[in-house]
Design a protein around this ligand. Structure first.
Ligand code: ZN
Length: 329
């Protein structure tokens, strides 16, 4: 076969252009970062806008995550924090006197690898269509991270209760599932006794005891580590199906607790979806615990990908001493 020089050159140049376009497109397809969506807007904890802001900043610092926030019409609760911790690019939403359904709330869940729920006890139910989209997203292999008051949200939404495994408050009772905790012998107990769900004593520093040392989220953590000041949720109950407790916290009766080892970190399978549930995170000083942040960042990565690539930091808390990072405002 015979090619003249011009044909060869044209062919060569177009091939180079094609290759360079290809590699550029390949790099632009997110540079393989994990796409994260924080959802918030209605939370009984006034610092919720600051906490979304802190989590977004800390995730971005790792270089692993792209983070968006989708805010529903919000309650009066937290307004001063909304102004100070304004996240650019979030469309302004309506300020409500009382939490009520935001008929326009409809995040595009399927565009994300993982969703972080920063709603709280007072969150109004979502529109039916939004709930359906979220359930479908999770069944098909989505990721969900719930922390602290997000396990109080949506008590009447059956699928949400399945996803979070255990919940508290909001008229949850024995109808929703057993209490789940560890006994002194280190066995998991499922207790169907009647009663309400969710309580906590005064805030204090407390130890987290790792029960699953081989799970990607907890692997390499000290077996016991001291958390900074926080509420220790106890008496959580729920369906607890396909749920594994990764770590517990002893709820001391001297601190108005249950005298049980309460679930602190959990993972739940929901369809093909993965859920990470962390009971900690009441206030900014709880978020500033190195142990909390490490477990969150690892939990978020795991819920998105099923793997964890992040190391345990050197300043991780020990059994006797908590450790805080300083949030750079
Ligand atoms: Zn709280």
């Amino acid at each position: 076969m015979y090619y003249n020089l011009k044909t060869v050159i044209v062919f060569f140049i177009s091939t180079m252009v094609w290759i360079s376009n290809f590699s550029q497109a390949d790099m632009e397809s997110s540079g393989s970062k994990i796409n994260v969506l924080i959802i918030d807007g209605q939370n009984n904890h006034v610092q919720w806008p600051k906490i979304s802001y802190m989590l977004k900043k800390e995730m971005e610092k790792t270089g692993l995550f792209n983070v968006d926030v989708e805010r529903s019409a919000y309650t009066w609760n937290g307004e001063e924090f909304l102004e100070k911790y304004n996240i650019e690019g979030i469309p302004e939403t309506e300020a409500l006197e009382k939490p009520k359904e935001d008929p326009n709330y409809s995040p595009d869940f399927k565009a994300y690898d993982v969703v972080i729920c920063n709603f709280g006890w007072n969150a109004a139910p979502w529109p039916e269509k939004t709930k359906e989209h979220f359930e479908k997203y999770m069944v098909n292999g989505g990721g969900l991270v719930v922390f602290h008051a997000a396990d109080n949200s949506f008590p009447k939404w059956e699928a949400y209760n399945q996803m979070i495994g255990l919940g508290g408050w909001g008229d949850r009772t024995e109808k929703d599932g057993p209490y789940v905790y560890y006994n002194e012998a280190g066995e998991e107990v499922r207790d169907s006794a009647p009663g309400s769900a969710g309580s906590h004593g005064p805030q204090h520093e407390y130890q987290i005891q790792v029960r699953e040392t081989d799970h990607p989220i907890t692997k390499g953590m000290p077996k016991i580590w001291m958390h900074t000041q926080d509420e220790l949720y106890d008496r959580l109950r729920g369906p607890a199906k396909h749920m594994k407790i990764l770590a517990t916290a002893y709820s001391d009766s001297e601190k108005k607790g249950t005298g049980r080892h309460e679930p602190a970190l959990m993972v739940i399978d929901y369809g093909k979806g993965r859920v990470f549930h962390n009971i900690m995170g009441h206030a900014d000083y709880s978020i500033e615990c190195v142990g909390f942040l490490t477990s969150m960042l690892r939990g978020i990565e795991w819920a998105a990908t099923g793997k964890v690539t992040q190391e345990i930091p050197k300043n991780f808390p020990t059994a006797q001493k908590s450790s805080s990072w300083q949030f750079d405002e």
